[in-house]
Every structure is written in structure tokens, then in C-alpha cells.
Ligand binder design. Structure first.
Ligand SMILES: Nc1nc2c(ncn2[C@@H]2O[C@H](COP(=O)(O)OP(=O)(O)OP(=O)(O)O)[C@@H](O)[C@H]2O)c(=O)[nH]1
Ligand SMILES: [Mg+2]
Length: 257
């Protein structure tokens, strides 16, 4: 079976979630993480990837592939391959993707989410986008569950973007109104100015890598690996508990050459 179809859709048994993460190649001594930027339309997901692309070393990044409409809305997704450096003697490769935020493009979001290893949820800090933030969280939870992932155990960070805008909703209000649980690392950003972008990327990478104490002991390919304790949920009906191992040291991202 190809890795493309090797995930479990457990719609009929929604309480039994599985994930397969990460992709390990012992021959190449390599770990591959797929990180997906999710959030409401026009929240700044593509802007994050553009900044990363423009400010990382040319030999550490691949091409940024973007499919957009004329109005620069993401139509399908953005994809940026990156090389992070060594983690416990394994090279770490990142596949950074964005989903299209427009509500109608849900099938595409489901495709992009396949085999995801970690989520960056990009919140739009503008007061008038609060309902769009809520809707996107609901949609993320639904789509993760559809493909058999437990959203409350998925490595995730939250980025409060557009902090530069006058009248941006205070972070404490966003956190409360969107029910962001204590366990999720949070980052304030102004992606358009590059503020907080690499901090966010480093944060989600750390969340993923802390599930891998020793890559050399993982089976080849994708293996089951989930956050051992459930987080309090960002959805009202979700469960609660505490969390997880301490974070490992993540290699530094290197700037442009
Ligand atoms: N003021 C401000 N504008 C931002 C910020 N981040 C992004 N923008 C602007 O917001 C608009 C939308 O940004 P995108 O990155 O295309 O948003 P997106 O989340 O990819 O949108 P979709 O592809 O439609 O889902 C653009 O005009 C950006 O320049 C920010 O931090 N501050
Ligand atoms: Mg986009």
C-alpha cells in the first residue's frame, strides 16, 4: 500500500483515533515532518510561508509553490520544503503547507491535512474576524476527526497574527473567546513584517520533535505516535486533562545567504 492511502478513516468508530507520524528513513538518516498552516481566509497563512521562504538560506529551502487566484487568495495550497538541520543525528526535513481559508474549499483542506504531523493555527486578531476564527477551528476539528486524528492530541501551536493592526483584539480576549487551552504554545505575530514567524515555526517543530525521543529506534516509514495526554479541547464538547513531555532542543533556523 502506498503511504498516500495508509491512513485510517474512522468515521464509524470516532473514538478510536490513530496517527502515523513521522516519516522516518534510516537509510538516509532522515525525519520528515508535514506541518500545516490552518486558519480563516486572509488570516496570513501564505504570508508566513512567503516570509520563511524569503528569509531562509537558499540551500536550506526548496521552491515555494503557490496556487492563487488573481486576488491572491490561495486556491489549492502553498508548499515549501525546508531543511532544518540535525536532530539526534537525523536530518529533519519540513514540508510546510497552507490550506485555503475560503469556506467553500473544504475538500482541498481535507486533502492538504492528510498525514499531517503538526498544525499552526493562524488566528486573525481583528475583532470582525472572530466568527471566522471560530468557524475555522470547528472545521479543523471536524476534518481531523474525519481522517482519524484526535485534534486534542495533535501537536499544535497558535499564532495570533496581525498584531500590528490598530484595534487588534487583546491576546487575552482571543485566548478566552477561542478557548485556547493552556498546553498549546502561543505566538504573537505580524507576519507581514516577519515578526513572530520563525518563532512560530520553531514552536511547532519542537512540539513534533518532542514526541520522538530517539529517531533511531523508530520503525522505518510512518509509525503511530500521539501526544500521550489529551489536552483540554478548543471545542466546548471536548475533553480535558494535562500534558506532556518536556521540549527537546530544536536546531536553529538559518537566515538568508
Ligand atoms: N496588517 C497585516 N496584514 C497582514 C498580516 N499578515 C498578512 N496580512 C495581509 O493579509 C492579507 C491576506 O494574507 P494571506 O497570507 O494571503 O492570507 P491567507 O491566510 O493565506 O488567506 P487564504 O489563502 O485566502 O486562506 C494580505 O493582504 C496580507 O498582506 C499581518 O500580520 N498584518
Ligand atoms: Mg493563502
Amino acid at each position: 500500500m502506498s503511504s498516500d492511502v495508509a491512513f485510517t478513516v474512522s468515521v464509524t468508530r470516532p473514538t478510536r483515533y490513530t496517527r502515523r507520524v513521522p516519516l522516518v528513513s534510516h537509510g538516509r538518516r532522515e525525519l520528515q515532518l508535514k506541518l500545516v498552516y490552518y486558519g480563516p481566509g486572509l488570516g496570513g497563512k501564505t504570508t508566513n510561508l512567503s516570509h520563511i521562504h524569503g528569509h531562509s538560506r537558499a540551500d536550506h529551502r526548496g521552491k515555494l509553490i503557490s496556487l492563487m487566484t488573481e486576488a491572491e487568495r490561495t486556491l489549492f495550497f502553498d508548499l515549501l520544503p525546508m531543511e532544518l538541520g540535525l536532530f539526534r543525528d537525523y536530518r529533519v526535513r519540513l514540508h510546510l503547507c497552507t490550506v485555503p481559508g475560503q469556506i467553500a474549499l473544504d475538500t482541498t483542506r481535507q486533502l492538504v491535512l492528510r498525514n499531517v504531523d503538526g498544525i499552526v493555527f493562524v488566528v486573525d486578531s481583528q475583532r470582525e474576524r472572530m466568527e471566522a476564527n471560530h468557524e475555522s477551528i470547528r472545521n479543523l476539528w471536524e476534518n481531523l476527526r474525519l481522517q482519524g486524528d484526535d485534534p486534542d492530541r495533535m501537536p499544535m501551536v497558535v499564532q495570533y497574527n496581525k498584531r500590528d493592526l490598530p484595534g487588534a483584539t487583546p491576546v487575552a480576549d482571543l485566548r478566552r473567546e477561542l478557548s485556547i487551552p493552556d498546553g498549546i504554545p502561543e505566538f504573537e505575530a505580524s507576519a507581514v513584517d516577519g515578526v513572530g514567524v520563525f518563532e512560530t515555526l520553531k514552536g511547532i517543530t519542537r512540539e513534533c520533535l518532542k514526541l520522538i525521543p530517539d529517531p533511531s529506534r523508530l520503525p522505518e516509514g510512518r509509525t503511530d505516535s500521539i501526544i500521550p495526554d489529551k489536552r483540554p479541547s478548543m471545542l466546548p464538547e471536548g475533553g480535558a486533562a494535562v500534558r506532556v513531555p518536556t521540549a527537546p532542543k530544536v536546531p536553529e533556523f538559518s537566515g538568508p545567504t
